[in-house]
Write a protein that binds this ligand. Structure first.
Ligand code: C2O
Ligand code: CU
Length: 579
């Protein structure tokens, strides 16, 4: 069983246990003896099963189990200890055990709520809040059911509840680290005099675009979705003028995967102000990395990118031979882009397909009709990639794969999630059952350039209740906090930095660090054995633990976030900064 499915199973079992106790309590209050006993037996079984899932999760990594071991397990033990003996004394009137059974239900629910609303890290404050809730609910139940505990017992319970509530709230809301982020604008000029300059102008505005015969209201660069493909030869200087015609929420250009100087990174509030209607901003940087990249707005990025403010950025080595096709995949108003294109290619010609996933979720790509290699991932060439046949690739949100092959005499077709997007002729192939490439074992290894790390950070990804803003929200969190309350990661120029990224949530988080490429060290404790993988976007699936590292060689303040942009907006964004 994977850790991801263990997490899901644990959640289901916790719900069943709580429901069993609560149902048993309610049934006994209604004097439905057989039903009450049946539900209690079920709750006990579920509690036992939960012991197993919690132990298994603790073995998979403390991050997955901390609050379950420290808060939920003691509460469950209390539940069994209080309810068990009273049941065993086999009361003639089943109603007399209603309060202990409901107490057990509240205790089990309290533990569950801690996992669902708070998660990692477990803290004394949160534990005390849970205890306060359980005691308060039990006291109220006592009163309501008229079970009449002695006044001393009831006063003591109430006092304990209040004390736990006060201390718990105090502990839980005290900021435990730096909150907020000092936005220091480290503008630096790309020193670019003398090189050939490629100039582009991108004007953002609302537009109606045609997607497979349908009119769609979009936000577009130069009236088209995707925006114009920006191309350069390595060594050129790119000078891109961004204008905003009428996007009220502002626009910027972020060069996704391109390690530009910080001042050109296009993150509003961090490296520049958003470009408002009528304004412009000129980006200038040297195209010194070859490969497949993309650009997109980073102002209101979730809605902005979804509505169409993105395009491809391709930097090629000097002489280009063969066929070179860019395939940016996107979902615009529920409709898939690009429209399928069919172009015959002569046998023997080298073909490079540059696949770009500009959506917020993973896509599955399958190339049928020819053996192919994955020449590059996220713009970095792989070492000795072997030919693949009948193998699919999964590209994370924001990620890019370059597939290369020599055109055979027969047609070839590329499909995305089963929909054909590019072909050299008619191909009928069932690709749905193909195995998926694991990039961590593909190509030939070289030694990892670093043996020790100057800084290590752990990012535990989850969901949780965020009460720090104006309105409470169920945020996507990092180490229990949501943007802007996630402490920044501070490094010094030249540091070798290691990140451990742990996903304890139920959804995929495509991780993306700006300004740097990270080298994948391990996934779930197993070292990467293929070609060194320098990524800027990688899927951390539920229950996964990734260790990645990079050299801090690009000073500034950099966004570090989930590239499911709805998650990024809902809290899953932090910053890396140089001291
Ligand atoms: Cu492609 Cu900060 O994003
Ligand atoms: Cu995410």
């Amino acid at each position: 069983m994977t850790t991801g499915s263990l997490l899901a199973a644990d959640l289901v079992i916790a719900v069943l246990a709580a429901a069993g106790w609560l149902g048993g309590g309610a049934a006994s209050a209604a004097r439905r003896r057989p039903l009450a006993l049946g539900l209690v037996a079920f709750a006990l079984l579920a509690t036992l099963a939960r012991a197993i899932t919690i132990i298994a999760l603790a073995r998979a990594g403390w991050w997955f189990a901390a609050e379950k071991v420290l808060i939920a397990a003691p509460l469950s033990l209390a539940a069994v200890a209080v309810a068990g003996p009273r049941l065993l004394r086999a009361p003639g009137d089943i109603r007399s055990v209603a309060v202990p059974l409901l107490f057990a239900g509240y205790a089990a629910s309290g533990g569950l709520l801690v996992t669902v609303l708070h998660g990692y890290p477990a803290s004394a404050g949160v534990g005390l809040l849970a205890v306060a809730g359980v005691l308060a609910a039990t006291t109220v139940t006592w009163r309501v059911l008229g079970a009449r505990p002695s006044p001393t017992v009831s006063r003591a319970a109430l006092a304990a509840a209040v004390a736990a509530l006060v201390t718990g709230t105090g502990l839980a809301v005290t900021p435990d680290a730096v909150t907020g982020v000092a936005h220091d604008h480290g503008y630096r000029d790309a020193r670019t005099a003398g090189e050939p300059t490629r100039r582009f102008t991108l004007t953002a505005g609302t537009a109606t675009v045609d997607v497979s015969g349908r009119d769609v209201a979009a936000w577009a660069f130069n009236g088209q979705v995707p925006g114009p493909e920006l191309t350069a030869t390595v060594g050129d200087v790119l000078e891109v003028t961004l204008r905003n015609r009428n996007i009220a929420r502002g626009v910027t250009l972020h060069w996704h995967g391109y390690d530009v100087p910080n001042s050109q990174d296009g993150v509003p509030g961090v490296t520049q102000a958003a470009v408002l209607p009528g304004q412009e901003f000129v980006y200038r940087f040297r195209a010194d990395q070859v490969g497949t990249y993309w650009y997109h707005t980073h102002a209101a990025s979730d809605v902005g990118v979804r509505k169409g403010l993105y395009g491809a950025l391709v930097v090629r080595p000097a002489p280009v031979t063969g066929v070179d096709v860019t395939v940016p995949v996107h979902t615009l108003a529920g409709l898939p882009l690009p429209a399928p294109r069919v172009e015959p290619v002569e046998a023997g010609v080298r073909v490079r397909l540059r696949l770009i996933n500009t959506d917020s979720t993973t896509h599955r790509y399958a190339l049928a009709g020819t053996p192919f290699r994955v020449a590059a991932i996220d713009g970095s060439d792989l070492r000795n990639p072997t030919p693949l046949v009948a193998t699919a690739v999964l590209i994370p949100a924001g990620g890019r794969y370059d597939l290369v092959f020599t055109a055979p005499a027969t047609p070839v077709a590329l499909s995305v999630d089963g929909r054909e997007v590019y072909a050299t002729g008619p191909v009928s192939a069932a690709t749905g059952a193909w195995p998926v490439l694991d990039p961590l074992t593909y190509g030939v290894a070289s030694p990892v350039p670093w043996a020790r790390f100057d800084r290590e950070f752990t990012l535990v990804l989850d969901r949780g209740l965020d009460l720090r803003g104006l309105l409470p929200r169920y945020a996507h969190t990092v180490n229990g906090a949501a943007d802007p309350d996630i402490p920044p990661q501070v490094v010094r120029l030249g540091d070798i930095v290691k990140f451990t990224i742990v996903n304890r949530s139920q959804v995929v988080h495509p991780w993306h660090l700006h300004g740097h490429h990270v080298l994948v060290l391990t996934r779930n404790g197993r070292p990467a054995t293929g070609s060194l993988l320098w990524l800027d976007s990688f899927d951390v699936r539920p229950g996964e633990v990734w260790e990645v590292a990079f050299r801090a060689d690009n000073p500034g303040m950099w966004a570090n976030h989930c590239h499911n942009l709805a998650h990024a907006d809902a809290g899953m964004t932090l910053h890396l900064l140089y001291s």
